[in-house]
Design a protein around this ligand. Structure first.
Ligand code: NAI
Length: 344
């Protein structure tokens, strides 16, 4: 997807707490910009800003495709190098979000937790991903993201190979919140696991729990698996590593899996089916949306389960149109957003 100009970019700089980063609102055509808060290491402000712009845009297409009443937005915070007061930092972020008066709603992403969202919530109501409340939706979105990816994978595999995931080998890159949950679902379906993470303890616990094979972070892309699931950070697939892939399907949770859009064509030329990340990984945002709107927890599951049939439909349409699944989903998402913009 090409990078379009966002509606608003807010620079965050609060020396007292160490808060430094960006809130980007890419589009509010469909609704308030909805997207999580990433707390990660960046070499420069420019890198953090570029990431926040890409991630915010991805949220626009993700929310549109999932049928959610949200536009796209994202927060990226640079992790302070030295000691810092985490509560104060997220409270400062909460105040910045509050100043946007509801144009942006945040939740968890890489590096943030329910506790961080609770700090933000002391300063603003434009936050979700808080604790679950009785029968209302809420809590950690990661298991829902994992379920959506699992359903996307199962439908994609059935579409391409005609069978279910029993006995299939899946290589999972990054076994954090989503990757771990996904491994549990895959093991439950009888799949074999290959895992890699910069955190060795996370891999070790999956070997213990499910007999997962552990490989190095450099070897995971080319591992001997039918499915490759990028569940770490963005840019897993680059022009340089397309040739390494042995999997038939790429389907994972990470946002912005393709370093550049052309990788979609390069994968298609090799007969590899790439499931657009923003279609597969919408489960967490579906839960966040339901929480924010005060909907019942029971409504979340059906919406997340709909990701699988949506993927199957996109694959069928892509084949009929002679396009990649990425181009097909891109076209549909842009159409939804353009229609919403025209109706405003
Ligand atoms: P997380 O921070 O819990 O897990 C990420 C894992 O990737 C960590 O264990 C980290 O050590 C590992 N990692 C980092 N660099 C790596 C590398 N080069 N090779 C292998 N492993 C590496 O994050 P979470 O929440 O599991 O998210 C994973 C991805 O899914 C992110 O890209 C996130 O934006 C995306 N996502 C997450 C959602 C959620 O509900 N948490 C929703 C939608 C997308």
């Amino acid at each position: 997807m090409s990078s379009a100009t966002p509606e608003q970019v807010v620079e965050l700089n609060d020396p007292a707490s160490g808060l430094r980063g960006y809130i980007v609102i890419h589009s509010t055509a469909v609704g308030p910009g909805g997207g999580g808060c990433r707390f990660w290491y960046y070499d420069s402000d420019a890198d953090a800003e570029a990431d926040s712009r890409r991630l915010a845009e991805g949220m626009t297409w993700k929310n549109a495709m999932a049928g959610l009443p949200f536009g796209g937005g994202k927060t990226v915070i640079r992790r302070p190098a030295g000691a810092f007061d985490r509560a104060a930092l997220f409270q400062a972020l909460g105040r910045a979000i509050d100043r946007l008066e509801g144009r942006y709603v945040t939740a968890e992403d890489v590096g943030t937790s329910i506790a961080d969202m609770q700090q933000i919530a002391t300063q603003t109501r434009f936050v979700a991903g808080l604790s679950e409340r009785e029968d209302k939706a809420g809590g950690d979105p990661s298991p829902w993201t994992a379920l959506g990816v699992f359903e996307a994978m199962a439908h994609a595999f059935r579409h391409a190979m005609g069978s279910d995931l029993a006995g299939v080998t899946v290589a999972v890159q990054g076994v954090g919140s989503v990757g771990q949950s996904l491994c549990g679902l895959l093991a439950g379906a009888g799949a074999r696991l290959i895992v890699a993470d910069i955190d060795a303890a996370r891999c070790a616990s999956l070997r213990q729990a499910y007999g997962a094979e552990i490989v190095s972070i450099d070897a995971i892309v080319g591992s001997d698996a039918q499915i490759f699931a990028p569940c770490a950070l963005g840019g897993a697939m680059t022009p340089a590593n397309v040739a390494e892939v042995r999997a038939k399907i790429i389907c994972g949770a990470a946002n912005n899996q393709l370093a550049v859009p052309e990788v979609a064509d390069m994968l298609a030329e090799r007969g590899i089916v790439y499931i657009p990340d923003f279609v597969a990984n919408a489960g967490g945002m579906i839960n966040v949306s339901a929480e924010y709107l005060g909907e019942a927890a029971s409504q979340v599951r059906g919406r997340v389960m709909a990701i699988g049939p949506r993927v199957a439909r996109i694959l069928t349409e892509a084949e009929a149109a002679g396009l990649t699944p990425a181009a097909t989903a891109d076209r549909e998402a842009r159409r939804i957003v353009a229609q919403a913009a025209a109706a405003r």
